[in-house]
Design a protein. Structure first.
Length: 510
């Protein structure tokens, strides 16, 4: 078990010159990923209309990025510890920008799914590297808390900028333009990052074990695929086989890490109750939120008839709440306690989602806006403090791998959330009863129903849209209820797992 790591004693080590300028470069990478994630939700109705994906393909377009990135984050975080976190960040940013072009010009559902998967490969290099470099730049626990707060606030700002910019682009250009906004951010990040970012790596890294990489990827892929297929189509032999293969691969990964002298991921980190509690809180929070958020943009546009730019503005309260809460989270956790802030944040999100179970086709915006604001505040508090706990629980040389665990929980939660909650929405939606002459494509997605209605007589088309929109709203309300239950359960679990944890222990780790 690792011994306590004391903070560096020299002023130079604790207060690295230029650390805040370097942080400004790191948050550009966070902005890049956050903007990409949010614009996809707004663009989904347009992608659905243009590429005509099936309901299952539409879910794959939404979650394959998280699906791939979850399987590779640990491997890429460990690779950054070995070859250099600055190097892998700049390489990943370059690849992210280039593959964004492929996303923009995808002309079939299959190519779009492939492009999103490749973007996940590139994205897996970015987030662990940013958090690991923050761990290397800021040795003082209070400064690190503020840096992590800025990091989280920038991610939340990206969720605000993404819908607004994306909505503007969707109203004036074709849907592929929302991916091309990654290019200027990537260019600034690479050019400025070369000069400002310090390189850091594990001084005694050991080999990068390709078998462990394969086991991690196959394990995550098999488990997420099985959950997605079971939620969408029910249990089948192929689904069961994929789930068992994934579980076996993850079991093999864990056993291999425990026996290797220099593992990709030190499983002993999970012996720390604070570390495990923070990871679990991240996973369950995102699981409860992601499926709902994925469909919310469709609700605002296809059910309530808002323009893309207006829909982006409607989602702004969540981002504003998360930015403000993220910047205050470290101070609040020190004044009260880690578990009080994390559990309070999770409970707030759960209650806000519970309020959305009464959502209807004509729900007034004050209810939606208030719920989104509370969701943002709660998520900002929870995510910022748990990221700080995870970073402060490990020695600096393992920062990349630990950061990857945090991001894996986030991305795995996103994939599972879209798979499970998204499948609830889709399952309820598909059972709607349309008027005579309703084409099968209308039951695949709400976007498909809108397109089908345009080709029907006016009265028939209106009846089809009424039934389809009501079914979609019923599914969304049910998913909100399930998400609320998950968040409240996460709050209860975190109350016990984070007992006694304090941010003043930032220089300690198990």
């Amino acid at each position: 078990m690792t011994r306590t790591l004391r903070p560096a004693r020299t002023t130079e080590a604790v207060k690295r010159p230029g650390r805040w300028l370097a942080l400004s470069v790191l948050v550009l990478a966070v902005l890049l990923v956050a903007v990409d994630a949010t614009v996809l939700g707004l663009a989904t109705p347009y992608i659905s209309e243009d590429l005509a994906p099936s309901g299952t393909q539409l879910l794959w377009i939404g979650d394959v990025y998280s699906f791939v990135i979850a399987g590779l984050l640990v491997s890429m975080g460990s690779l950054g510890d070995r070859i250099g976190r600055k190097r892998i960040l700049l390489l990943g940013a370059t690849a992210f920008g280039a593959i964004s072009v492929l996303n923009a010009y995808a002309h079939t559902p299959e190519l779009m799914i492939l492009a999103r998967a490749l973007l996940g490969v590139a994205g897996a290099t970015l987030m662990p590297a940013t958090l690991a470099l923050i761990r290397n730049l800021f040795h003082d626990p209070r400064e690190r808390s503020l840096a992590v707060g800025i990091w989280g606030a920038t991610a939340s700002a990206g969720t605000a900028v993404g819908p607004i910019v994306g909505g503007f682009l969707l109203e004036h250009f074709w849907w592929g333009s929302v991916f091309l906004i990654n290019l200027p951010v990537m260019a600034v990040l690479v050019v400025v990052g070369v000069k400002l970012l310090p390189e850091s790596r594990n001084p005694d890294p050991g080999p990068w074990d390709l078998l462990s990489v394969t086991l991690s990827l196959v394990g995550m892929a098999g488990v997420v695929y099985a959950v997605k297929e079971a939620a969408t189509h029910g249990f089948a032999w192929a689904t069961l086989a994929a789930g068992l293969l994934g579980a076996a691969a993850l079991h093999g990964f864990v056993r291999r890490q425990l026996t290797m002298p220099t593992p990709l991921l030190d499983m002993r980190l999970f012996r720390s109750r604070g570390f495990s509690g923070a990871v679990l809180a991240d996973l369950l929070t995102v699981l409860g939120l992601s499926g709902l958020v994925f469909f919310l943009s469709q609700y605002l546009q296809l059910v309530q008839g808002r323009r893309p730019f207006e829909a982006g503005l409607a989602e702004l309260p969540a981002a504003v709440g998360a930015v403000v809460a993220g910047l205050m989270a470290g101070r609040a956790a020190r004044r009260f306690s880690v578990r009080a802030v994390v559990c309070g944040g999770l409970a707030a999100v759960g209650l806000a989602l519970a309020a959305l179970t009464v959502i209807g086709r004509h729900t007034a915006y004050p209810l939606l806006g208030t719920a989104l604001l509370v969701v943002g505040v709660g998520a900002g508090l929870s995510f910022t403090v748990t990221a700080d706990v995870i970073l402060s629980s490990v020695p600096e040389k393992q920062a990349g791998a630990a950061s990857a665990v945090s991001e894996t929980a986030y991305e795995l939660g996103a994939a599972l959330g879209i798979a499970v909650l998204g499948s609830i929405v889709t399952g309820v939606y598909r059972d709607f009863t349309g008027p005579a002459g309703t084409p099968p494509a209308a039951h695949e997605s709400l976007g498909g129903a809108v397109e089908a209605a345009a080709g029907l007589p006016a009265q028939t088309g209106e009846a089809l849209l009424d039934s389809a929109r009501q079914a979609f709203v019923d599914g969304l309300a049910l998913a909100a209820g399930v998400g609320a239950a998950v968040l409240l359960a996460a709050a209860a679990a975190s109350w016990f797992l984070l007992r006694g944890r304090r941010l003043e222990d930032g220089a300690k780790h198990p």
